[in-house]
Design a binder for this molecule. Structure first.
Ligand code: ADP
Ligand code: MG
Length: 323
């Protein structure tokens, strides 16, 4: 029997019918529940603004090594959460931090961890407002809260046939560093110090309607957009912005690290062809490459093509914690 995957588990045991998600919570109503990078809540005290909420957990031994630099663990724990806010076009507001700590997390460890955490938090004016601390094997769970104007949130269910597919930055560095530790300092940097693309997420408001962040590998992640938007996609392998570290790999391994490896934390988004000049100007303004890598097509199509438009045989699936 095949193991039950991460998303099957969530859908089977935790996704509830829409009427239960949408019930009013005091002055706050839920607009979008399980299935996107953030949940969206509307609040009568934030007129015109939607509240975006997201949680991510990092487990020692699974998401980072026990002997990793605690400063980078602090940075990355918040960065991967802020990346989900960026993916919705939300401005960070505050976060909570729940931790299980054991005796290895001594004073020096905590000083270094909190330095990494707060340096990123301060640079995005995102305030720590609570959490929980217990003893146990090292595990970090953060919840971030942000704001986005009503109607401007970038949602996975909003891609349309004819949209172009874009991705920020470069792909595959973190996967390369995981596979070949110590081989390429720049790739190592991308793995341990990911940069949440918050400025880009904010700038995409009104230009794009649909975005997500890449955490589990592009070919698996994009399927969430396809399923929720009921569309298909054609991707062009020769237009992918591969990280220079991948030059050292064989062509197929190169593609696999860029498309099926995780931890990139770049934004994947769709936009109408007419806004291409705006996106090119935005890339210059942010000093961040933005690459058009494909287009949204009719439901059911999932293709990765080479430079001669010949299909490449690579599965549209990424990292899954259970399969
Ligand atoms: P992301 O990679 O953007 O953090 P995930 O792929 O981890 O998102 O999760 C997919 C969706 O499932 C998200 O909307 C998330 O909030 C939801 N989800 C994950 N685990 C649970 C859970 N235990 N209970 C409820 N919802 C969950
Ligand atoms: Mg995400």
């Amino acid at each position: 029997m095949q193991a039950m995957g991460e998303f099957e588990r969530i859908n089977r045991w935790f996704a509830r019918p829409a009427h239960q998600q949408r019930k009013r919570l005091g002055e706050v109503a839920s607009l979008l529940g399980i299935g996107d990078d953030c949940a969206l809540l509307s609040s009568s005290t934030h007129l015109g603004q939607t509240i975006a909420v997201s949680s991510d957990m990092l487990v020692c031994g699974r998401h980072f090594h026990a002997d990793a630099d605690p400063e980078s663990i602090g940075h990355k724990a918040l960065a991967v959460n802020l990346s989900d806010l960026a993916a919705m076009g939300a401005q960070p507001l505050a976060f909570t931090l729940s931790m299980a700590l054991d005796s290895s997390q001594d004073e020096a460890w905590l000083a270094s961890f909190s330095r990494g955490l707060f340096s990123l938090a301060d640079s995005h004016r995102c305030e720590l407002i609570g959490g929980d601390t217990t003893s146990g094997p090292l595990c970090l769970s953060l919840t971030v809260i942000g704001l986005v104007p009503n109607e401007l949130a970038l949602r996975r269910d909003s891609a349309q046939e004819g949209d172009q597919v874009w991705v920020s930055g470069q792909l595959g560095a973190a996967a390369y560093a995981l596979k070949y530790p110590g081989d390429c300092p720049q790739a190592e940097e991308r793995l341990h110090w990911p940069e949440p693309r918050l400025e880009l997420g904010l700038a995409l408001r009104g230009i794009s309607r649909c975005a997500m962040d890449l955490s589990d590998g592009l070919l698996g992640d994009v399927v969430h957009i396809l399923e929720r938007s009921k569309v298909g996609v054609v991707l062009f392998a020769n237009q992918l912005p591969l990280h220079p570290a991948l030059i050292r790999c064989e062509p197929l391994e190169r593609l696999s690290l860029a498309l099926q490896g995780g931890d990139d934390y770049e934004l994947l988004f769709t936009a109408k062809p007419q806004v291409r000049p705006k996106l090119e100007a935005l890339a210059d303004q942010l000093g961040l490459p933005l690459s058009c890598i494909g287009e949204i097509t009719a439901d059911g199509q999932r293709q990765l093509l080479d430079e001669n438009r010949v299909p490449i045989d690579m599965a549209f699936r990424g990292f899954d914690h259970f399969c």
